[in-house]
Design a protein around this ligand. Structure first.
Ligand code: MG
Ligand code: ZN
Length: 225
């Protein structure tokens, strides 16, 4: 038997990595800071985008890539906010990959854009395995999902630079131990920055906006790598 299986797997991974590097070159040469936003379905990614656009639109030129298995519901919501948006329908695939981003970029006018947010497919598992070329991965977890999720799905939390804990307005009605989420995440990923937010009441969003503004400034000074 010839040993062909290992080289094939390696080539696929290399192809993904090459695409990610290419995407990153496009982001960097256009001066676009790019975030890869990940969460399970229903955690509030699109609501977070709506709030972020509302909060930063006057200071920051934002564009959005919407990833969904099907439908353009989310892209329509974003379009109403008056920013450039492209919908990717993965047609069954449960995550985005670099080639999908590469084609989506062709539909955007990159010139004026400062900040690109990629809303990944709602899924707590494999989106974390695919580098899209982004500068930062951002993880959104809602308190209704339970405090055990970082332990059960560690990779997302390990790879993210920011953890946003959403729907804190619901805390009085559910059993969710936020301190447990934070301590588990810190042990998985000591560098992670955590913000508690509610997209419903806007509580805590200012901290998230400040994080973005700081990163945009660092990016412009060339200290984001
Ligand atoms: Mg969505
Ligand atoms: Zn997947």
């Amino acid at each position: 038997m010839e040993k062909v299986s290992i080289p094939v797997v390696k080539n696929v991974l290399e192809a993904h990595e090459k695409l990610a590097i290419k995407n990153r070159e496009i982001f960097d040469s256009n001066g676009i800071l790019t975030l890869n936003l990940m969460s399970s379905p229903g955690a509030g990614k699109t609501s977070l985008l709506e709030q972020t656009i509302k909060g930063l639109k006057n200071q920051v030129e934002i564009a959005v890539i919407e990833g969904d298995i099907q439908s353009d519901e989310d892209a329509r919501r974003i379009q109403k906010r008056g920013v450039q948006v492209v919908q990717i329908n993965t047609g069954g695939a449960c995550h985005l990959d670099g080639s999908m981003i590469q084609s989506a970029l062709e539909s955007l006018d990159l010139n004026p854009v400062d900040l690109l947010i990629i809303e990944n497919v709602g899924n707590l598992v494999c989106p974390a395995e695919f580098n899209l070329g982004e500068h930062f991965k951002v993880m959104l977890l809602s308190v209704t999902e339970g405090h055990d999720k970082p332990l059960k799905y560690p990779l997302m939390f390990q790879k993210s630079s920011v953890l946003l804990i959403n729907k804190i307005d619901l805390l009085p009605y559910i059993d969710c131990d936020i301190e447990k989420i934070k301590s588990t995440c810190k042990s998985l990923n000591p560098q992670i920055e955590t913000f508690e937010i509610s997209c419903k009441t806007s509580e805590g969003l200012e901290n998230w906006f400040n994080w973005i503004i700081n990163k945009l400034n660092e990016f412009k000074q060339g200290t984001v790598s």
